[in-house]
Design a protein around this ligand. Structure first.
Ligand code: ASP
Length: 331
C-alpha cells in the first residue's frame, strides 16, 4: 500500500472510531472511562450532602450556579452548618466531649487530590476553612489540637466559645449517668459530608463534625481522615460518610466506595457494598448507624445506611431534593 493511501485509510479509520459509541475494551484510559458513561445523561453541576441540610446545599449550589468551583462550593456549603448553633453535631454549638470541651474534626479534598485536615481543633467555628488553609498554605495534610489552633490563630481565625448554653445543659444532664451511648440518627443532621461537581466537571469534597457526643477527650473519628470520612478522585467520583466513625475508619469506607466505582459499580451499588462490609464485620450492627453518600464523574448519586432514618440532599438542574436513604435494616 502506498504511504499516502495508508494515511488516508487510517484517518478514515480513526474518524469511524470516534463516531462509534461502543469503546469498551479500548486500552486508552480516558476513552475507556468515557465508555462507561455512554447512554447516561450527565447531571453536572451537582452538589450532594449527608442529611437534610437545605441551607448547606443551597449555599453550595449558589456558588456552582455563579460558575464557582467545586472546592469553594463545598467549603461555603458546610460552613453554613458549622455556623448554625442549632446543629449540635457540627461546629459552633456542637456537643462536647465527656469533659465539656467542644473539639472539631474536618477535612477537605480538591480535584487534584490535594487535601487538608484538622483534628481535635478547639475554639474555631469554621474547622473546614482551617483544613483548607492546611491544604493550601502548608506542606502538610493534617494538623492536630494545639498546633491546629495555633495555626488557625496565625491565619487570622477568631477564637470563640463553641459550647452553647443548650449543649452545656445537655452535657450536665448527661454527666448524671455518664454513659457513652451514641444516639442513632441524632436530630437527623449529623456530620456534614458534602461532594460537588462544578461546570468544568471537577469534583471536590468536604467533611466537618464535632464528633461523637461525650467521647473521651482526644478522640478523633473518621470525618477528618482522608479515605475514611471523605475521598475524592477526580477521574472517578467522591464519597463521604456519617455515623460511628470508628467503623468507617476500620474499612477505610470512602476510599473503598470510590475504588468500587472505579471498578464499574454505580454510586448506589458502591455505597451498598461499603455498608455491607461494615455489617459483615459487626454482630452488633443493629446498635449503630453508618451512612454513605457518593457521586460519580457523571453526576449520578447514591446513598445507603444501616438504620432507616438517614437522608441526603442533592441540588442540581433536577431540583433541590431530600432523598430518604435506602437502609440495610428494612423494618
Ligand atoms: N462520623 C462522626 C464521627 O465519628 C460522627 C457522626 O457522623 O455522627 O466523629
Amino acid at each position: 500500500m502506498k504511504r499516502r493511501k495508508f494515511l488516508k485509510n487510517s484517518a478514515a479509520g480513526s474518524a469511524g472510531l470516534m463516531a462509534t459509541p461502543i469503546l469498551v475494551g479500548c486500552k486508552d484510559k480516558k476513552v475507556a472511562k468515557e465508555s462507561t458513561l455512554i447512554g447516561k445523561q450527565s447531571v453536572i453541576p451537582i452538589v450532594i450532602a449527608t442529611w437534610d441540610v437545605p441551607n448547606a446545599t443551597a449555599k453550595a449550589w449558589e456558588v456552582l450556579e455563579a460558575d464557582g468551583n467545586a472546592l469553594d462550593a463545598v467549603e461555603k456549603g458546610v460552613m453554613m452548618e458549622e455556623a448554625d448553633v442549632e446543629n449540635q453535631s457540627v461546629g459552633k454549638g456542637g456537643r462536647p466531649d465527656r469533659d465539656g470541651n467542644v473539639t472539631l474534626d474536618a477535612c477537605i479534598m480538591d480535584k487534584d487530590g490535594n487535601c487538608g485536615s484538622v483534628v481535635y481543633l478547639q475554639h474555631i467555628t469554621h474547622a473546614v476553612s482551617v483544613a483548607r488553609k492546611v491544604m493550601e498554605d502548608t506542606p502538610h495534610v493534617m494538623l492536630a489540637g494545639q498546633g491546629a489552633l495555633q495555626f488557625a490563630n496565625e491565619k487570622g481565625f477568631t477564637q470563640e466559645n463553641l459550647l452553647t448554653e443548650k449543649s452545656k445543659l445537655e452535657w450536665m444532664e448527661w454527666k448524671k449517668t455518664a454513659k457513652y451511648q451514641p444516639v442513632i440518627n441524632i436530630e437527623n443532621h449529623d456530620t456534614i459530608g458534602m461532594l460537588a461537581i462544578d461546570k468544568n466537571g471537577d469534583i471536590s469534597g468536604a467533611c466537618t463534625t464535632s464528633g461523637m457526643a461525650y467521647k473521651i477527650g482526644g478522640r478523633v473519628g473518621d470525618s477528618p481522615i482522608i479515605g475514611a470520612g471523605l475521598f475524592v478522585d477526580n477521574e472517578v467520583g467522591g464519597a463521604t460518610a456519617t455515623g460511628v466513625g470508628e467503623e468507617v475508619v476500620k474499612t477505610v469506607g470512602s476510599f473503598l466506595i470510590v475504588e468500587l466505582m472505579r471498578q464499574g459499580k454505580s454510586p448506589q451499588e458502591a455505597c451498598e457494598e461499603g455498608v455491607k462490609r461494615i455489617v459483615a464485620k459487626n454482630k452488633n450492627y443493629k446498635d449503630f448507624q453508618i451512612g454513605f453518600i457518593a457521586v460519580n464523574k457523571n453526576g449520578e448519586t447514591g446513598g445507603y445506611c444501616i438504620q432507616p432514618g438517614f437522608s441526603y440532599r442533592t441540588f442540581s438542574k433536577d431540583g433541590h431534593i431530600n432523598h430518604p436513604s435506602k437502609a440495610y435494616i428494612t423494618s
